[in-house]
Write a protein that binds this ligand. Sequence first.
Ligand code: AMP
Length: 425
Amino acid sequence: MTTSSVKGFRDILPEEAAGRRAVLATASEMLVAYSYREVELPLLEHGELFARTIGESTDIVEKEMYAFEDRDGSLLALRPEGTASLVRAYIEAGLSRSLPVARLYYQGPMFRRERPQKGRFRQFTQIGAELIGRNDAGADAESISLAADICSAAGVEGFRIEINSLGDQQCRPAYREALVAFGREHIAELCDDCRSRIERNPLRLLDCKVEGCRTLMGAAPMMGDQLCDPCRAHHDSVLEILDASGIEVVARPSMVRGLDYYCRTAFELIADGLGAQDAIGGGGRYDGLVAKLGGPDLAGVGFALGVERMLMAAGSQATDAGPEMLVAPLCAEAAATAASLARRLRQAGRRVEIGSAERRLKAQMKSADKTGVAFVVIIGEQELAGGSATVRDMAAGQDLPACFPLMATGAEAIAAMEGGGRDEA
Ligand code: AMP
């Protein structure tokens, strides 16, 4: 009997690992270009952190969080998202004093016990960026621009940016009441989940995937029609700045996002052709979150991108580069010399594999051919005695006329192989 992986928890095999690394590296470069600095956050937090921030009556906290009692009785949770952790870290480290305006990013695995399906896993990877301490529309536009630029740079093609405003403490309570009234009026037409959401979290009615609810909610009041003047002006400025930067966005009046802490701007990046799970990222403004976690009253805006979905949308074909050289010992006595030479070549920047002295030269050559190795450095009894290796140029199909000393530095050996040998030919 073998033990399988846990449902929804994937192994990232070598075919996928190179593409992921490339996406993460490209994202980091873009984040640095926007002046964001990385924070590495723990995977485990106190469970209450998420209940306080994401909201008690959200799907994430109610149904999806991996929360458990530690041996000392404290309640811990595997982080389901990064913003709450990042804000906690920001406050805990006292960064609000040194960095009243902070641009920070994180990347790493998140955990949600959702129903696994294409593009949805229980462990997935996010890249998230947060801009804390700015409440102006320019900050929202920067966040959206950054998310879009990361996706483009990572090769994600055919995505659109959807945007909405969720209002603030001034205008949202009245809107919430309007939604509750609408829900009560149409309670018979709602699914069981939505019925229980009416009083607890009415905004989520707009999120429901059940066809009947979706149709009904098409006729519900929309936040966008009920924004107070400052929220309206803020939203218009965000749109204006994005337009001036050449970033196209489309309005989605029904977008509410799953978390309680958003206010004003909410946005999502949606990729074509991904099927049901087509959101590659989302974010928004969360003024009040820093204060809620015991920090100063600072505004904030940010987003998280899903790396697995970005890779799916980018159709990444990246693979790890194979070895450039094979050092082939032909007898047991050559193994030590081979290991030492291979190490020198690697220190000089080459990708080098060592063959096994137990395999015949022919077999070693065959595998070198398969892996696309350019040079095979052969060390047999004769080479050991003469103090220099025979080098086979695989493209030319013949040995180089010049051999190089076994004790050469990596750089000398490479020069002999790539230049010297052929020049003298
Ligand atoms: P959220 O934190 O829910 O706003 O999610 C931000 C992004 O993370 C989404 O747009 C997805 O790309 C990704 N994501 C969220 N949940 C999952 C999941 N269960 N599996 C894979 N990716 C996910």
